[in-house]
Design a protein around this ligand. Sequence first.
Ligand SMILES: Nc1nc2c(ncn2[C@@H]2O[C@H](COP(=O)(O)OP(=O)(O)OP(=O)(O)O)[C@@H](O)[C@H]2O)c(=O)[nH]1
Ligand SMILES: [Mg+2]
Length: 225
Amino acid sequence: MKDAVKLIKVKEDIQADNDLLARRLRESLRERKTFLINLMSSPGAGKTSLLLQTTTHLRDTFQMAVIEADIDSSVDAERIADSGITAIQLQTDGFCHLDVPMVQQGLRNLDVDSLDLIFIENVGNLVCPAEFDTGAALDVMILSVPEGDDKPLKYPLMFSKCHALIINKTDYLETPLTDFDLELLEKRVRKLNKDIEIFPLSARTGAGIKAWNNWLSRKVSEHNS
Ligand SMILES: Nc1nc2c(ncn2[C@@H]2O[C@H](COP(=O)(O)OP(=O)(O)OP(=O)(O)O)[C@@H](O)[C@H]2O)c(=O)[nH]1
Ligand SMILES: [Mg+2]
């Protein structure tokens, strides 16, 4: 009986297809000189707050747009649009991540050739978005101090696949409200990903944001030159 049953590994097939589409999208955006960055974190770690800070600092240097992804609502896209940056809202209708066809739907609604830098704010989740290549040139995750320094132990894939880690809400480190150990966190992260760039900052106070913005600007300029 066992041999009569056809087994289809749906997840693997979908991902193999997605990986191919992602490679093609990355190549095409390189040719078009547009840098796509995929920003991931758990809900509330500070993705939208960081985007507002970064786009404010870089608006005189680059033409930018933001693709927001949420299961429902469009509040984040509205916040970005209110700041004067073009924003598209993708609603995933229950999906906890973006894949390449979803990203392409967002890109079709943007004038890609006129843009130097496009941010994706992925769905707030530390598991599913790590499993799907979006075609971005850079994968970045945000971990915020209140989430705790044990997260690399619990969500290793996300920390392994990202090129950069932003540790947000460092203003909490100045208070007795947290036992977050920055050194221990870094040690745990480097065990998974020794080359990852780490940027501790506060999207609230702006502390540390310059190092991140400068590094990102360099990456965009190298990619688009
Ligand atoms: N204290 C402090 N609060 C922050 C900082 N950055 C963001 N916040 C606050 O954290 C909350 C969530 O920030 P968002 O930027 O909306 O987080 P998000 O990751 O975009 O959230 P989702 O889109 O819902 O996943 C807001 O109340 C922000 O004001 C920070 O550096 N320090
Ligand atoms: Mg947000």
